[in-house]
Design a protein around this ligand. Structure first.
Ligand SMILES: O=C(O)CCC(=O)C(=O)O
Length: 303
């Protein structure tokens, strides 16, 4: 077990999992690969139950972690593409899974030994009306100027993923080009999702249907999307994102399409961080410091 800084949770690493040389080459050449299995049927069934509970209770809504990726996310309107960022914060039982342990090993084999968990998300496409995820490159979402790194995502469906319910689709080799122009979906800065506004050949799209517990692994520059859910079952996906070695890059100043955004979830997050005013912020600061000191001491005392 390793305590990983970004998520502050213990991660097991499944170091016996080995990608084949062909899988590694295809990831580098094509920008994505598919895996038939990364988690057991039992684990997938357990994750499905946890996801259904988290989405039914809109876990993380007040903190701005639960929002509508493809809509304006106004109160009282059912989201068309609900997403929860870092669901493990709201369901600690997500911390110890085969999926997580194997995903970290895959990230290290593809990004190098410095690869670390960066964030994770849960996406639900409700049956019958779950919205399409627009064409985009994940790298266009980054909001951390001054540094350079590579990122990949490991996307696991918790039921079969098909063309009918919105499996992932990729443009092979698109990770070898630049980050194309993006804008907020429908050019509405209240919407969290980005859509690619640059030119690319959509006819090259390769759909990747998967069994439950399979996975796609994609580079953050690979163009991808997922269609609407026109089936009568929910389409749930659990996504773990990892980043490789971070180096300074003073030339990267951020993307204007992110700086211009003004979503309801950003507002909820700001209110959450400010809850209780000055006294609330000071109390949370002190609590955070205490828990970091406690963590350090318990690690020092561990045999
Ligand atoms: O699950 C989806 O619909 C899209 C996921 C996605 O875009 C991603 O994981 O980068």
């Amino acid at each position: 077990m390793e305590l990983l800084r970004e998520t502050r949770i213990f991660w097991r690493v499944n170091s016996s999992f080995k990608l084949t040389a062909d899988q590694i080459r295809r990831f580098r050449d094509e920008g994505y690969i598919t895996l038939d299995r990364i988690s057991s049927d039992e684990e997938v069934a357990r994750l499905r139950e946890i996801f259904d509970r988290l989405f039914a209770t809109a876990a993380g809504h007040d903190k701005g972690s639960h929002f509508d990726l493809a809509g304006t996310d106004e109160e009282g309107r059912p989201p068309v593409l609900p997403q929860i960022v870092n669901p493990v914060e709201f369901a600690p039982e997500l911390a110890d899974t085969e999926f997580r342990a194997t995903a970290l090993e895959i990230a290290r084999q593809l990004l190098g030994p410095e690869a670390e968990p960066w964030f994770e998300h849960a996406i639900l496409k409700p049956p019958g009306y779950g919205a399409p995820t627009p064409w985009h490159q994940d790298e266009a979402h980054r909001g951390d100027p001054g540094v350079e790194y590579e990122q990949l995502s490991i996307w696991m469906p918790l039921q079969e993923a098909t063309l009918e319910n919105g499996c992932m689709e990729f443009i092979p080799k698109s990770h070898r080009g630049q980050v194309l122009d993006h804008r907020s979906l429908r050019d509405d800065r209240r919407v969290m999702a980005l859509e690619c506004a640059g030119d690319f050949d959509r006819t090259k799209s390769v759909p990747c249907p998967l069994p439950p517990g399979g996975a796609t692994v994609h580079h953050w520059r690979t163009l991808h999307h997922a269609g609407a859910n026109t089936s009568n079952i929910p389409r749930r996906a659990y996504i773990l994102a990892f980043r490789g070695k971070v180096t300074p890059d003073p030339t990267f100043e951020g993307y204007h399409w992110n700086i211009e955004k003004s979503t309801a979830a950003h507002g909820r997050r700001a209110a959450w961080e400010n809850r209780g005013g000055v006294a609330g912020r000071a109390a949370r600061g002190a609590k955070g410091l205490l828990s970091r000191v406690r963590g350090k001491v318990s690690r020092m005392l561990r045999p």
